[in-house]
Design a binder for this molecule. Structure first.
Ligand SMILES: *[C@@H]1O[C@H](CO)[C@@H](O)[C@H](O)[C@H]1NC(C)=O
Ligand SMILES: *[C@@H]1O[C@H](CO)[C@@H](O)[C@H](O)[C@H]1NC(C)=O
Ligand SMILES: *[C@@H]1O[C@H](CO)[C@@H](O)[C@H](O)[C@H]1NC(C)=O
Ligand SMILES: *[C@@H]1O[C@H](CO)[C@@H](O)[C@H](O)[C@H]1NC(C)=O
Ligand SMILES: *[C@@H]1O[C@H](CO)[C@@H](O)[C@H](O)[C@H]1NC(C)=O
Ligand SMILES: *[C@@H]1O[C@H](CO)[C@@H](O)[C@H](O)[C@H]1NC(C)=O
Ligand SMILES: *[C@@H]1O[C@H](CO)[C@@H](O)[C@H](O)[C@H]1NC(C)=O
Ligand SMILES: *[C@@H]1O[C@H](CO)[C@@H](O)[C@H](O)[C@H]1NC(C)=O
Ligand SMILES: *[C@@H]1O[C@H](CO)[C@@H](O)[C@H](O)[C@H]1NC(C)=O
Ligand SMILES: *[C@@H]1O[C@H](CO)[C@@H](O)[C@H](O)[C@H]1NC(C)=O
Ligand SMILES: *[C@@H]1O[C@H](CO)[C@@H](O)[C@H](O)[C@H]1NC(C)=O
Ligand SMILES: *[C@@H]1O[C@H](CO)[C@@H](O)[C@H](O)[C@H]1NC(C)=O
Length: 537
């Protein structure tokens, strides 16, 4: 059989806009990065928010004014990140119903350089999704899309400076997908192309409830089939499980006659790449009574993967087994008197996600600590431990399948307030250095019950009250904890009543403390306690 193959090179898909009538469902997060105000895009019917609440770092910028009239409002503003190696947006996504359910999102990041910095030099930088590499952004106008599952209640999208210019971003969007579609056993799927065969238009929201961008294409090798009659039954979600918009299914391309097959090949030719392919079919022509279009689908290596009988207005999505090799592609052959035919094609590049994120309890605890003290806003972004080269300042973590924080050094960081309960949840913590801050209030007892804690430095703060006996015991009797409390003038080592203490000079208080310490010292004579005593006043 003769085969007509068309060869496509992976392009990035840019947007156009079409009028319409709906409102996005929940499950959309839409950020017009760098925008001064939130607004609703009248064409997309999507409400775009500012960066506020999604990221602490960066600065709002505008593209050069010469572009204002020729681009969408969405692309006018951007946010750039001159400081820091890794800057992350945190997208609060819906969590699955139980801990065993993940949620799946389509995440799309768009970049329009537009000479915003007057340098005429498009920067190059990396994009990460949570703890894993996503892609490298190189072009002055590009968009990258990934289908990604998570168990957590947020997704981090990080821009990483690789020394080739200042990272920036124009638009960031997340769309909640049904868990049953675009399934992979692991990894994520990056959109290579999404073609609306036989059309010249681009469709996205509100036509597409998931706001996928369907690029219209008419290959000259094939003929175009259109049925513009209102084909509402294509919308039936029970059949159209991928919710491909009617407007996309309403057009198709076919071969000029049934003895010719049709195929699609794509590049770039990297044999290590693995592709996921989804073919969307819907018969839109009324065929003679009792006749159906019958198609066979092959991979480019001629493996037969499916046999389909199309039924009038009954959409079918065919998910091909992963395709790899230097000539990735597929072919459709007719087994009936009607031509080979297809309505829409999606091709994704499989993206491995080798890094595991930090233990969720640790992440929640350290984020709580970050927000409690309001420090390190732009230094502490994204996952605290992973990738290792971006571990947060002051942290040391285990490097295994479930990284946990073993050391936390927030010395001289301007911490104010009491010692947060969240420290307790850093279950693997061995070293905690909170010295040289302005921490006040009592010394919480839970510090004595942190199973792995070996070093606790609280020196030079403003702690008050009585040191819990269990804590002293750990440092003195057991000798399992190196405890430093020096430089806390209002702290009492044994059961002294601070509120009853005379508000006299600190010398007085110091003497009191030394007296009360004495029995303990004699009892155990711990070198650590001696050290504390030496530094006490
Ligand atoms: C970058 O760092 C400098 C110096 O710390 C600071 O003045 C400036 O505001 C920072 N810029 C941004 C965008 O964070
Ligand atoms: C989660 O729960 C909601 C409401 O309880 C339900 O509508 C939805 O189908 C559930 N989703 C999953 C994936 O179980
Ligand atoms: C983008 O880069 C291309 C070539 O690299 C250049 O021709 C084009 O003018 C640039 N566009 C913008 C908006 O900077
Ligand atoms: C079908 O198309 C092929 C290639 O264009 C051509 O060689 C062949 O003659 C055609 N057959 C019919 C029945 O039109
Ligand atoms: C092919 O892909 C692999 C893995 O993504 C990459 O390491 C390699 O550099 C690529 N080769 C070429 C020639 O692009
Ligand atoms: C288009 O669809 C309408 C409605 O289902 C049908 O009546 C008509 O025959 C179709 N047109 C073609 C060319 O098949
Ligand atoms: C295909 O068309 C031929 C004549 O053109 C006819 O004899 C044959 O029955 C048709 N096949 C089917 C499956 O309808
Ligand atoms: C914490 O960092 C400071 C410097 O910022 C250093 O002097 C101190 O030794 C560190 N603490 C620990 C326990 O390593
Ligand atoms: C500590 O972790 C537990 C269990 O995950 C959680 O319920 C609790 O709220 C956390 N406490 C703090 C102070 O973060
Ligand atoms: C806090 O105490 C620990 C243990 O003695 C020590 O290693 C660390 O350097 C101290 N931190 C500072 C800032 O001196
Ligand atoms: C230390 O705490 C006391 C109250 O316990 C307060 O009066 C004092 O101002 C604090 N000192 C500093 C330096 O923060
Ligand atoms: C501590 O002081 C409070 C109020 O000043 C008093 O009620 C309490 O009895 C005192 N406790 C001890 C152990 O002295």
């Amino acid at each position: 059989m003769k085969m007509l193959f068309v060869l496509l090179f992976c392009t990035s898909f840019l947007d156009t806009v079409i009028q319409a009538q709906d409102n996005p469902g929940s499950g959309f997060i839409s950020i017009d990065c760098g925008a001064p105000n939130a607004y609703t895009d009248d064409n997309l019917l999507i409400h775009y928010e500012t960066d506020e609440g999604f990221i602490d770092a960066g600065q709002n910028m505008q593209v050069a004014s010469r572009y204002f009239t020729s681009i969408q409002q969405l692309l006018t503003n951007l946010r750039s990140f001159p400081n820091g190696t890794r800057n992350c947006y945190t997208l609060p996504v819906k969590q699955g119903n139980s801990s065993s359910t993940s949620t799946k999102h389509l995440i799309r990041a768009t970049f329009f350089y537009g000479n915003y910095d007057g340098l005429w030099q498009t920067p190059e930088f990396d994009l990460y999704i949570d703890v894993n590499y996503w892609t490298t952004v190189k072009s002055n106008y590009t968009s990258s899309e990934i289908i990604y599952s998570t168990w957590g209640n947020y997704i981090n999208v990080c821009l990483v400076n690789i020394g080739s210019g200042v990272p920036f971003i124009s638009v960031l969007e997340a769309r909640l997908l049904d868990n049953s579609i675009y399934s992979t056993t692991s990894g994520a799927l990056q959109t290579t192309f999404r073609l609306n065969m036989g059309s010249l238009d681009i469709y996205r929201h509100p036509y597409d409830v998931y706001d996928r961008i369907w690029e219209g294409i008419q290959f000259a090798e094939f003929t175009t089939v259109t049925n513009t009659t209102n084909l509402d039954s294509l919308k039936d979600d029970n059949i159209n499980t991928y919710k491909v918009p009617t407007e996309v299914l309403m057009t198709a391309q076919q071969t000029t006659n049934s003895s010719v097959g049709m195929g699609l090949l794509w590049g770039p030719l990297n044999s290590t790449n693995k592709w996921y392919v989804y073919l969307h079919f819907a018969e839109i022509q009324v065929l003679p009574a009792g006749q159906q279009r019958e198609l066979e689908v092959y991979l480019s290596d001629k493996t037969l993967v499916a046999n389909l009988m199309l039924q009038y207005l009954k959409p079918v999505t065919l998910s091909l087994p992963p395709v790899s090799g230097i000539n990735p592609g597929f072919a459709i052959v007719s087994k009936s008197n009607f031509s080979a035919f297809i309505n829409a094609v999606e091709v994704f590049l499989f993206t491995d996600l080798p890094n595991s994120p930090t233990d969720l309890n640790n992440v929640n605890a350290i984020n709580d600590i970050k927000s409690t003290y309001g420090v390190f806003g732009d230094l502490w972004q994204g996952d605290p431990c992973v990738p290792q080269k971006f571990t947060w300042r002051g942290l040391v973590c285990t490097q295994d399948n479930l990284p946990k924080i073993t050391s936390l050094n927030m010395s001289s960081s301007g911490l104010k307030g009491t010692i947060a309960a969240s420290f307790f949840n850093l279950s693997a913590l061995e070293t905690l250095d909170l010295s040289y801050n302005e921490l006040s209030g009592p010394l919480p007892e839970f510090l004595a019950f942190m199973p792995n804690l070996r070093v606790l430095n609280l020196s030079n703060n403003n702690l008050s009250g009585t040191v819990p006996e269990v804590l002293l015991k750990k440092s003195s009797a057991d000798g399992t904890l190196t405890l430093r409390l020096d430089g806390n003038p209002s702290l009492c080592l044994t059961n002294c009543n601070t509120s009853a203490m005379p508000p006299s000079s600190s010398n007085n208080g110091g003497e009191k403390k030394q007296h009360t310490i004495h029995p303990l010292v004699t009892a155990v004579a711990s070198a650590i306690l001696v050290l504390i005593l030496n530094k006490w006043d």
